[in-house]
Design a protein around this ligand. Structure first.
Ligand code: DGL
Length: 269
């Protein structure tokens, strides 16, 4: 019989951003094999309609199912916000998105019950984080704010200095004024902008990174189900729906690797 624990994890994102989740897998679950799909041809998902994101998310999930994965991680916050139930309806393996883990960690962290959530227009307007947090604790206040410019800043490498700090002020000052003590980075790209975000929100605001939170949740799940791989070092394979070169170039920044170290294969879904 096939050893299910040695099967790979499946991870998908709208593009390169989900590599922040891969980075956490490499740190927290170094023995796991994984298959990553970046839907770069149809990136970005953030401004798209719910209907189209559901369609793309299902195609991505089905592609990864072809590799006999043991768990599907929806790394994309926008897809997790609007398409998780749809994916769970069709896919007969455990599916873990980023919203619940981010919401749970925010609630464990906040002391004054005022939580800020930032993400793409799709993620924030879906209300998924706000609802997940309120479902777990109706007594807290949640302030959602879309920060669409953060994604191109991260991809273009504007992650330190005056430009991202100005943008961070533009988006985050009003959340600070609301008195939040916890801020959820509800987008794959935002961990790259940790420093300017931290500078703007200040020491008193704790930052929750949904990429770290989802991988902690996956690890706990694998442990509970005795599904952890017994290998010491796992292997990752990367697939993209558009130029592998751009993915390798931008992805290097996300994984702190040198250009050329990430090799991706182009696929048609
Ligand atoms: N991966 C997306 C997310 O986490 C950000 C990029 C996009 O808009 O596709 O929401």
């Amino acid at each position: 019989m096939r050893n299910y624990a040695e099967a790979p994890l499946g991870i998908f994102d709208s593009g390169v951003g989900g590599l922040t989740v891969v980075k956490e897998v490499l740190m927290q679950l170094p023995g796991e094999d994984f298959i990553y799909l970046g839907d770069t041809a149809r990136y970005p998902y953030g401004p798209r309609s719910v209907e189209i994101i559901k369609k793309f998310a299902l195609q991505n999930a089905r592609f990864l199912m072809g590799f006999g994965i043991k768990v599907l991680i929806v790394a994309c916050n926008t897809a997790s916000s609007v398409a998780l139930d749809e994916i769970k309806r069709w896919i007969r393996i455990p599916v873990i998105g980023v919203i619940e883990p981010g919401a749970e960690e925010a609630l464990k962290t906040t002391k004054n019950g005022k939580i800020g959530v930032i993400g793409t227009v799709g993620t924030i307007s879906s209300g998924a984080y706000q609802e997940a947090i309120k479902r777990l604790n109706p007594g807290v206040s949640v302030y959602g704010k879309p920060c669409p410019l953060f994604v191109p800043l991260a991809e273009e490498g504007f992650t330190e200095g005056e430009i991202p700090e100005k943008v961070a002020h533009f988006y985050l000052d009003e959340l600070v004024q609301q008195g939040i003590d916890t801020l959820v980075l509800g987008c794959t790209h935002y961990p790259l902008l940790y420093n300017p975000i931290k500078k703007v929100v200040g020491e008193k605001v704790e930052i929750i990174d949904s990429a770290g939170a989802v991988v902690r949740k996956v690890k706990k799940f694998l442990e509970e189900e005795s599904l952890l791989s017994s290998r010491e070092h796992g292997t990752g394979r990367y697939f993209v729906t558009d130029s592998p070169e751009r993915f390798a170039r931008v992805g290097a920044k996300f994984l702190n690797k040198k250009f050329g170290e990430i090799r991706a294969t182009k696929v048609d879904l």
